[in-house]
Write a protein that binds this ligand. Structure first.
Ligand code: SF4
Length: 276
């Protein structure tokens, strides 16, 4: 039995293709970072920064277009500062400056749409809530500020960060994950994204004893939020998968190939040589 240090992404990878998991975590052949992974890391970072510095109250009485412009200015400043760290704090994953600039401009689009949604949400919130109301600050906090950001959880050697948790109007907790990739299926979660959310819910439950009400992914590329209700059966379901992985040894034969069309794009294709 292996006491693998697991994470949601490792478990998801195992469920997608056990051989890929083997190459990555048993043979330790790591896939290099890509433009998409670096962009994803930066996007997460700047959203976290926004909620640390922003005072949403100051947008009271403003039209959503003005709020949108202010939020975008702040976020783009964060983005450009973070982007400059590529090559020092982040791997330089771009072929040349042109490619880096193209990615940066596209990421600004993601940022702008995020700001637009938040600005419009705020505008509608302020229509019904004003600072004279004694619940104004509480409601503003509940609706716009995360309960936690980048919360690190380590339970039974399963560890990872939950991007955001939110209060669901006093009824419980919701989990939010951000992705800069697109929704594989419009308006829905594919199996691997759903599994990832279930693992986050499991981790949160193991840490706090509270089962999240729901978990969602915000897809910054399309601006969609897709959520799934978390059921009590999730805990047993995730536990079963973890047990299955931990029961394995290090022999390659225990990690079969899962051959699909996606093998053509797999980093390990050359050593794996899947029979298509
Ligand atoms: S090439 Fe296919 S079967 Fe081989 S590791 Fe990659 S995804 Fe798995």
């Amino acid at each position: 039995m292996q006491d693998f240090k697991l994470s949601p992404s490792k478990i998801v990878l195992h469920e997608k293709c056990e051989r890929k998991f083997y190459y990555s975590y048993i043979e330790n052949i790591k896939e290099p970072n890509t433009a998409s992974t670096i962009r994803g890391t930066i996007f997460h970072k700047i959203i976290e920064e926004l909620y640390k510095v922003i005072d949403f109250k100051k947008f009271y009485g403003k039209h959503w277009k003005n709020t949108y412009e202010s939020l975008t200015q702040i976020m783009n400043t964060f983005l450009e500062l973070e982007w400059k760290k590529i090559g020092s704090e982040y791997d330089n994953v771009f072929e040349n400056e042109k490619e880096s600039n193209e990615y940066l401009e596209e990421t600004k689009d993601f940022v702008e749409f995020y700001c637009l949604k938040e600005a419009y949400r705020l505008y509608n919130f302020f229509k019904k809530n004003n600072p004279e109301n004694k619940w104004f600050n509480t409601n503003l906090k509940k609706e716009f500020l995360p309960k936690s950001s980048e919360e690190y959880i380590n339970v039974n050697n399963l560890h990872g960060y939950i991007d955001k948790t939110i209060n669901v109007f006093g009824k419980g907790v919701g989990i939010v994950d951000y992705k800069t990739s697109r929704t594989p299926i419009p308006h829905a979660l594919d199996e691997s994204h759903l599994l990832q959310l279930k693992i986050y819910a499991y981790m949160y439950y193991k840490k706090t004893g509270e089962l999240p009400l729901h978990a969602s992914i915000y897809y910054s590329r399309t601006g969609e939020s897709v959520f799934s209700k978390i059921e009590k059966t999730t805990i047993a379901e995730v536990e079963k998968i973890i047990k299955k992985i931990r029961q394995k040894h290090k022999e390659k034969k225990e990690y079969p190939q899962h051959v699909t069309k996606l093998c053509d794009y797999c980093y390990y294709n050359n050593i794996c040589k899947p029979a298509q």
